[in-house]
Design a protein around this ligand. Structure first.
Ligand code: G3I
Length: 322
């Protein structure tokens, strides 16, 4: 049958995947599947700060350059991930703040320079940038991160302004997990986005990661949530979808997983704001899940040997219907 990509092209939408650059270089099946099934790619790790600036002032752009070149060669768009995050920061930065050798004023300049350098490097080549990632707690309060502690809440608006100055055409996104439906955290994003846009801050998109687990059930009010961001004039996107389960796998769990993938995809395709749906890896061979959630896994649409799960077929059917 037709690939996910062919169906997405026909529907005029983006079907994306996170890409593991080591697998892309070493594994032909991985590479072939990335090309065949996806018309959008996101760097799983290589655009993060610890990867692009491992030592202060010493940049390592090669893996990220490779992905951008790969995407261009294969007619894919790129989602940039991610500019401001509390995690995967370079050690020189976190230790410099801890030992007091980097003060708040200097840190603000370092953040501005980081955003400017990375966004400029890929100017015109990134469709959507995850500018700030995971800035709220579950209760809707701002996350107590190095950025909030040192710079105060204005770092968020600053990050969007700096990114916009560096590439005025890229769509700039907020991005987080556990924000599929209407809840305290997604409402905090809604209020933040509304306020920033009223102040003229260039924030154009809301990225919903979509890391689900079948044992927690399907989130409520997903369509309503997408609609309220759409009503602000914003784009939405599913940016990191996977659906994990407690192992071992069985048919019932796989069917539930397939329905969760389908319901997220349907929510996206049913909203005018949402034209981009990305899975956080397409094969269990390289999924981040088992390393982080002990006893859980099988979260992606293909197993370790690239066998298609019911979830893969559910994505196909959803794209064909969309
Ligand atoms: O690159 C080093 C390698 O040199 C070293 O030998 C190895 C030993 O552990 O670690 C390697 O770094 C790992 C990196 O992935 C690249 O493989 C890190 O330990 C590991 O923690 C890191 O995990 C990534 C994680 O973000 C970090 O928080 C996952 O691959 C990646 O899938 C995950 O992605 C995040 C999104 O960015 C944001 N949303 C949640 C999502 C899942 O956690």
């Amino acid at each position: 049958g037709p690939s996910l990509r062919a169906l997405a092209d026909r529907a005029g939408v983006r079907i994306g995947t996170a890409v593991d650059m080591t697998a892309l270089a070493d594994d032909r099946t991985y590479r072939g599947t990335t090309i065949r099934d996806y018309n959008s790619v996101t760097a799983e790790n290589v655009m993060k700060w610890e990867s692009v600036e491992p030592e202060r002032g010493v940049h390592n752009w090669k893996p990220a350059d490779d992905l951008v070149r790969f995407a261009r060669a294969h007619g894919q768009v790129v989602r940039g991930h991610t500019l401001v995050w509390h995690s995967q920061l370079p050690a020189w930065l976190t230790s410099g703040v801890e030992d007091g050798s980097i003060d708040a004023a200097e840190l603000r300049g370092i953040l501005r320079d980081h955003i400017t350098a990375e966004v400029k490097r890929y100017k015109g080549k990134i469709q959507q940038w995850d500018v700030v990632n995971e800035v709220f707690e579950e209760d809707g309060s701002l996350r107590n991160s190095i950025w909030l502690r040192e710079l105060g809440p204005s770092y968020i608006a600053d990050a969007f302004r700096w990114a916009h100055a560096a590439d005025p055409k890229a769509k700039l996104f907020l991005n987080d997990y556990n924000v599929e439906g209407v809840n305290a955290k997604s409402t905090a994003y809604y209020e933040l986005a509304k306020r920033l846009r009223a102040e003229g801050v260039p924030v154009q998109g809301f990225g919903i990661q979509g890391h689900l687990a079948i044992q927690y059930g399907f989130p409520g009010q997903v369509a309503e949530n997408l609609a309220r961001f759409g009503a602000l004039g914003m784009q939405t996107a599913f940016t990191e979808v996977d659906v994990r389960m407690i192992l071992p796998v069985d048919e019932t769990k796989q069917a539930t997983q397939a329905s969760y993938y389908r319901r997220l995809l349907d929510a996206c395709l049913g909203a005018r704001s949402c034209r981009s749906f990305t899975v956080w890896g397409f094969t269990d061979k390289y999924s981040w899940v088992p390393g982080v959630f002990e006893g859980q896994g099988s979260a992606t649409p293909m197993d370790e040997t690239y066998g298609r799960k019911p979830a893969y077929e559910a994505l196909r059917e959803g794209l064909a219907a969309g």
